[in-house]
Design a protein around this ligand. Sequence first.
Ligand SMILES: [Zn+2]
Length: 139
Amino acid sequence: MSDTKEDDVFKQRLTPEAYAVLREKGTEAPFSGSLLGEKRSGMFRCAACGNQLFESSKKFDSGTGWPSFDEALPGAVEFIEDDSHGMHRTEVVCAQCESHLGHVFNDGPTPTGKRHCINSVCLQFEPENSSTQGEGKVD
Ligand SMILES: [Zn+2]
């Protein structure tokens, strides 16, 4: 998985912080993410590949310090059993580029019962009325 050409592309495209979380399964510090308080309507995309992941209507304030969603878009993410760090958790990865996004827990406050705990640095927010809807928009 390492030193592939694909990883080089991600390294160029992502900040070191984003790369460490998305591609090396890191975790950002709680309450550090720029999208934690994002309350506008729109779409949260994968920061690595632009895949649409979560609608803003699915976002809720979990109090954990990470953006939390009760449901992902159908087929947008995949779930992987994760037994690292002496815990049994379920990892959430992007279904398109397999980048690490966060974890999902079964203690959500909404009818889905799910709490997708996602690193802000793994997400790009696209406001609903944004006129720049260009695909693959990378700066
Ligand atoms: Zn992705």
